[in-house]
Design a binder for this molecule. Sequence first.
Ligand SMILES: Cc1ncc(C[n+]2csc(CCOP(=O)(O)OP(=O)(O)O)c2C)c(N)n1
Ligand SMILES: [Mg+2]
Length: 329
Amino acid sequence: MAAARKAAKSNISKEELLKYYREMLLIRRFEEKAGQLYGMGLIGGFCHLYIGQEAVVVGLEAAAKEGDKRVTSYRDHGHMLACGMDPKGVMAELTGREGGYSKGKGGSMHMFSKEKHFYGGHGIVGAQVPLGAGLAFADKYLGNDNVTFTYFGDGAANQGQVYETYNMAELWNLPVVFVIENNQYAMGTSVKRSTKSPSLWERGAAYGIKGEAVDGMDVLAVKAAGEKAVAACRAGEGPYILEMMTYRYRGHSMSDPAKYRTREEVQKMRDEKDAIEHVRDLLIQGGHATDEDLKAIDKDIKAVVNESAEFAKESPEPALEELWTDIYA
Ligand SMILES: Cc1ncc(C[n+]2csc(CCOP(=O)(O)OP(=O)(O)O)c2C)c(N)n1
Ligand SMILES: [Mg+2]
């Protein structure tokens, strides 16, 4: 792994590294703030943080172009920030306020942006997988070269609807990249306990779908794999499966005491594999940035996140009349 990380170093510009550093740090600081607001009782219901997995969405967004779509599960804040949605609108939705992406009526798991081609935010495990194939079908039907990134977890990968979708997607050559975010746990159940075929991407072979496992803690490896997958889809050779080997540092949701794994296991991942520290090392070792430069970036990002939290606190709760708007009837 270290060798792959080193090799990627040589042909990557300072600007690109700084971009990934900023984007991953924005997600981490945003999620830390969301955790704080949850602790203060300002965010209710379920809240699933993305801390640890930042390289996956940032690397794949680097391989995307305008018009590409994305759809994911409830662990969705990082995906929204990475595709350019406004942190204020996301944070205000978390706090259930009018200024949020769903006017405060959706919360953490129900946000959408037509402008950024973000199709949610889905609380039912695996439900977004057929939806992602449907989005890709629409693009194929319209004859454009857009690709849909369909994200789901290792737990979701054991769902029947995933395999029905694989079959249809391959049959119709749909331009969809199935991104399995293998963070090693589905709530408290480890991959080891949930399946005897732990190489999740290989299951696509049963349907004729190409794929690979990727170091999901290495933003450069993620981007490179994303470019390959996207190129196949745009050339009409989709679908493609990318199994991102990643890790979540926090519990499943804010209400998870995480007793199914040791503190040492989490600390080891943080110490040895952290995606942000990796890019930080590349920046410093490559002489692209100093400690001071990176501190200044962190300060800027904290200001953006604090602003989003202030906006979220100050935005009013939705008016009572909103109960009757945006309803399908
Ligand atoms: C159909 C369905 N079954 C069960 C649940 C409860 N549930 C919510 S998240 C989750 C675990 C999913 O884990 P994974 O797919 O690995 O995603 P991660 O949370 O790790 O991102 C479960 C079982 C649900 N929401 N929907
Ligand atoms: Mg998981």
